[in-house]
Design a protein around this ligand. Sequence first.
Ligand code: ADP
Ligand code: MG
Length: 261
Amino acid sequence: ENSLDAKASAITVSILDGGIREIRVTDNGEGIAEEDMPLTILKHATSKIYKLQDLDRIYSMGFRGEALASIAAVSMLSIKSRVRESEAGTELCAKGGKIEHIRQAGLPEGTSVIVENLFYNTPARLKFLKKPGSEAAAISDIVSRLILARPDISLRYTANGKSIYHSPGSGELLDAICAVNGQQMRSQLIPVDYQINQIHVFGYIGAPDFTYKTQKNGSLFINQRYIRSDVIQTAILRAYGERLLRGSFPFYTLHLNMIPS
Ligand code: ADP
Ligand code: MG
């Protein structure tokens, strides 16, 4: 999400052992300036809110400045980044929330965040993690939703070196859906595009005879943020009405765009 906020057009996510050993996110976004680097892992430090009124029109994914601070506190974290205008980049290394060093480094434009040994200093929380396979599945789920949220961005995701998803970033939602669910989806789906007042609903839905036994294949996005809503889930099921067999759930990827306030 930070990579999206940094206007990256290409993002790579790779994990080892369900992310417990390592999570690495690399982007080609705006980068972090040297003087801002020490602030990234401070609690409540964000570059995304300037004034109180900004809270009524949030277009960024983050705005609370909490993610990196809390991740840093429970891992070995390094952030490597270079802004376009700068010749050299900056590298921050932190352990358990304490900065070990910040130094200049030759780096490509953009940012890499590397989280290693998650919860190494909080064994009780480490114990509550699921098996690497289950954690990897949870991460895959999140990444797949990010791909569907942002078809305009090329996302590459690997787990233990194996390629799981690679979206083209073409801007076409159908391409993103195929990157997640397979190319066979291309001929299976019905486009949706509807505008009412200032609300735009668009995306793709499966035909009533193309269903699943779980609700997992429905994804809803409001202003490109993945949302789960019982109200909307019920509305969608009701729209299918009797065409849907009991206990079967449709495929849908729907975007709802509206003014943030
Ligand atoms: P938030 O996203 O709510 O601002 P985070 O803790 O996720 O808080 O990140 C803190 C700050 O670090 C961000 O506000 C941003 O300025 C900077 N940052 C983090 N990741 C990136 C990135 N990939 N590219 C550019 N800046 C980043
Ligand atoms: Mg963030």
